[in-house]
Every structure is written in C-alpha cells, then in structure tokens.
Design a protein around this ligand. Structure first.
Ligand code: PAF
Length: 273
C-alpha cells in the first residue's frame, strides 16, 4: 500500500492505475462499517483508493472537529490488511485554498434533518467529496447507507453535475444487538451504550407496525418517538426515499430516519422500508 499526503503524489499514482478504481472516502477512526465498504471496493475493482481526512468544512464551529476520534495507526493496519492500493491522507492546507469557489448543497435537501441541526454541514461534505472525486477519478465510489441523506446528496451531485462516477450504496453494519456502527460510538459510556439501542429498537418497532399494515406516516413517527422517550430526540421521521414528507407510507419507497442524543453524543440510524 502506498501512503501519500499531497495532491501531486496522488495524481501521479492515479495516472499509473489501469482498469477500474474503487474509492472509499473516510474520516478515519475506522470500524467494521468502513471495512465492509473497502471490502466491497476491493472485490469490484482492479485498484482501491481510500482517503482519510477529517474534513473541517463539514463541522460547524460548535461541533466536535477537534474531538473527532483520530486513530491513524489502527486505520493504517485496517487499510493494509484489506488490500488498499493507495491511501491518501492530506492535511487541511493541502485540500483547501484561502480563496476558492463555494459548493452549495441544494437548500431543500440540505437544510432538513441532519442539515436542519447542522446548517452548512452538507455544503462542506459535497465540497470535499467533489475535490476527492476530482483527485481519485474513481470508477466506483462507496458510501454507507447509514448516512442516508449524505448518500442521497452525493448521488444528486453526481447526477446534476454530470460526474463520471458510479455511486455504490452499502448496507449499514450493526453490532449483534442492533447498534449501528459509528466512529462516535467510542464516546458512549456503559449505560449510554445500552440507551443507544433505543435507536435500532425504534426502527424495528416502526417496521413491524408497517409490516402489520400501519401506513400512516405520523403514527409510525409516534411509534419511533415512544421507543426513544428516554433520549433527547432531534428527529424521528418516515419519509419517501427522496426525502419528502408523505401522509401515507409506501413499502419499498420509504426511509425511516432517526437522530438522537445519548448523553452528549448525537447518533443517527435509519431503515429502508
Ligand atoms: O461520511 C464521511 O465519513 C464523510 O462525510 C466523508 C464522505 C468522508 C466526507 O468527508
């Protein structure tokens, strides 16, 4: 595995690659969720590029940019063992100039849910993803379904800016008890780890109600809120898969989305119905 930190080095190495290239953008602190993205990229492509970059532009001033877990040594091991060809680990100075064009995510999609609580977050995500796509020039890029809104906005950017990359959505990876894997799970104390299960339980209860015939979106949201009553809930929504509110739920066209605080840690989870 070649490890590079400059744009110039990455461009040179990318020139040398032949065949299909799978790209997995990450912010490091890797867990089995990242591993499953890398594995899929490895199986489906001739070469695999991974980036590790805690992107400052997607954090709001009051957020956990400084505290975001950084585990370089463990990440390097994971990438080496999973057959990554090129690991790109730039500094923020390498990625950003003092003056550059702004990328603004579509307001109707980027200022609801995650973007409602984190206004501007998706501008930063799209900005860095576009830069990374321009550098890695991937055939396929791998994104987890756990960040469903991010995935949708990236797909939208690729479609509307006519980018030449295929986005591969990858399933959420869960602990055996249902907790969705997240780099932020390391912040959970023992009791919080138990409380965090409410998110996946809420999704399960809602999906069971849908399977039994409940189709009213508001009722489904109430079922989720009931399972989350011990947590500070940011949102619990049943939306169409293009993130629009609908009165009635249609199976195979719906996504259930939750964000809630467990202690000080904000967790998200979702289920595609
Ligand atoms: O999902 C993430 O880890 C980040 O938002 C991404 C896509 C690597 C952009 O910084």
């Amino acid at each position: 595995m070649k490890i590079v930190s400059t744009v110039k080095e990455l461009k040179t190495l990318r020139e040398e690659l032949k065949g299909s290239v799978g790209f997995v953008p990450t912010m490091g602190a890797m867990h089995n969720g990242h591993l499953s993205l890398i594995r899929q990229a490895r199986i489906q492509n001739d070469a695999v590029i991974v980036s590790i970059f805690v992107n400052p532009t997607q954090f709001l001033p009051n957020e956990d940019y400084e505290k975001y877990p950084r585990r370089e040594e463990a990440d390097l091991k994971i990438c080496t063992l999973s057959g990554v060809d090129i690991l790109f680990m730039p500094t923020k100075e390498e990625m950003y100039a003092k003056t550059e064009p702004e990328i603004l995510a579509p307001v109707n999609l980027a200022y609801i849910l995650e973007g409602g609580s984190r206004p501007g977050h998706f501008d930063g995500v799209l900005r860095v993803v576009l830069k990374l796509f321009n550098l890695a020039r991937p055939t396929n890029a791998y994104f987890g379904k756990k960040d469903a809104q991010q995935l949708y906005l990236v797909q939208n950017m690729v479609k509307t800016l006519f980018l030449n990359v295929n986005i591969v959505p990858c399933d959420i990876v869960r602990e055996s008890d249902g907790l969705a894997l997240s780099s932020r799970n390391v912040f959970l104390g023992k009791k919080e780890r138990e409380q965090a299960l409410s998110l996946s339980i809420a999704l399960k209860n809602a999906s069971q109600a849908i399977m039994k015939g409940e189709r009213d979106a508001k009722n489904i949201e109430l079922i989720m809120l009931d399972s989350l009553k011990d947590l500070r809930v940011d949102y619990a929504k049943a939306l169409s898969r293009d993130f629009e509110a609908k009165e009635k739920i249609t199976v195979k066209e719906t996504i259930l989305l939750i964000a809630a605080f467990v202690g000080n840690t904000r967790l998200i989870d979702n289920l595609w119905i």
